[in-house]
Design a protein around this ligand. Structure first.
Ligand SMILES: [Mg+2]
Length: 369
């Protein structure tokens, strides 16, 4: 009888120990797994805080953080790269960026493209123009421009033959909003002169039709220096009456935002802001927002610097608006230093870049202290 009790007690103690060990092991695994997940989330949050577009591609923030954490997302409006996160997941443009990462550069077609580029490098400008003419392509532009155009034509042809995606078949954004501010100025400029935005133009470029769909401009009433200098009036052709009768900058900024919303920019359509350099957003808009004591608009925190895109695509040095037009053998249309005319001419450069196969994308972001 005693033996039976002893065996039963021993068996129960053994069973209890086994159950304890199993439960403890399971708990440790759960804790380890949770800790690992937290580390991953922290890593992804660190990644998503980096504003570099290339860096962004390498990171995939957790789903629930996408809206708040992605630098291109917006709290008060559309994002610079176009869409809210939920939309981005299903939009073809998101698909394109994914495919870029998976592009197999070992594919034989890239050797063919490289060989073709080498052949084109040996050709004279005259010969390239003859070939462009035979292909019924635009022959205008400097040697660098026509060379890039011809190379891109064959690149897209070879990619198409290989069944691969080309820049002609898909655009990164549905629309590009070209902005070119004009601001108060004087000559000579007094020390610590604060430049206020007096013209806010927007040119809406449809990247699929390559047409300017809409354009408008708003004048803004300067507050610190309400009286325009003679130098400023001559330079910009903006009159004192135009700014006197205008709204102040915060009111204009709201009107622009309302217009963007009415066009479905950032909701129905992807879009990016573009300018001819870093200064419109980094300098003029930045200073103006501080002066007006309003937040910097989210959609303008990242933009397409067309001067940078131009020099990278055509392999030229960095140029201003007039030099880029000259290089494309285009003449300036309208009045220089009038914001709306400058913006329309910048849009013409963007159209030419897209036509020649440049994959225009955000390449500049707000420099903050
Ligand atoms: Mg201008």
């Amino acid at each position: 009888m005693t033996d039976i009790i002893l065996v039963t007690v021993t068996a129960l103690v053994g069973l209890g120990t086994v159950i304890f060990l199993i439960l403890n092991f399971s708990r440790r695994r759960t804790m380890a797994s949770a800790s690992h997940e937290l580390q991953n989330v922290a890593k992804r949050m660190k990644c998503s805080a980096d504003s570099s577009p290339d860096r962004m591609k390498q990171c995939s923030p957790p789903r629930h953080l996408e809206t708040e954490e992605l630098p291109c997302s917006s709290g008060d409006g559309p994002s610079a790269s176009g869409l809210a996160s939920s939309k981005r997941e299903t939009h073809p443009n998101a698909y394109k960026e994914d495919k870029d990462e998976k592009k197999n550069f070992k594919h034989g077609v890239f050797k063919k493209i490289s060989r073709k580029n080498g052949e084109i490098n040996q050709l004279s400008k005259q010969k390239i123009k003859v070939m462009l003419s035979e292909l019924k392509l635009d022959q205008r532009g400097s040697g660098d421009v026509v060379k890039a155009r011809l190379k891109n034509h064959f690149k897209n042809q070879l990619l198409g033959e290989a069944g691969m995606e080309t820049t002609c078949t898909q655009r990164r954004y549905d629309y590009i909003c070209v902005i070119d501010f004009e601001a108060t100025c004087d000559e000579p400029s007094p020390p610590d002169y604060l430049q206020e935005i007096i013209e806010f133009p927007v040119v809406l470029l449809n990247t699929h039709t390559l047409e300017i769909e809409e354009s408008f401009t708003h004048f803004c009433k300067p507050v610190i220096n309400p009286k325009l200098s003679d130098f400023c009036k001559v330079l910009t052709s903006i009159t004192q009456a135009q700014v006197d009768h205008a709204d102040t900058f915060p009111v204009v900024l709201n009107k622009v935002k309302e217009w963007m919303d009415s066009k479905g920019l950032g909701t129905t359509h992807t879009f990016a802001v573009a300018a001819d350099g870093p200064w419109d957003m980094n300098y003029f808009l930045n200073i103006q927002c501080e002066l007006s004591e309003i937040p910097f608009p989210e959609y303008a925190k990242r933009w397409v610097n067309l001067s940078k895109a131009f020099s990278n695509f055509y392999k030229t040095h960095r140029m201003n608006l007039l030099s880029m037009l000259t290089t494309l053998e285009l003449s300036f249309k309208g009045r220089q230093h009038r914001g709306i005319d400058d913006a329309k001419n910048i849009a013409r450069i963007a159209i030419q870049l897209l036509q020649d196969g440049c994959d225009l994308q955000v390449n500049e972001s707000l420099q903050q202290d």
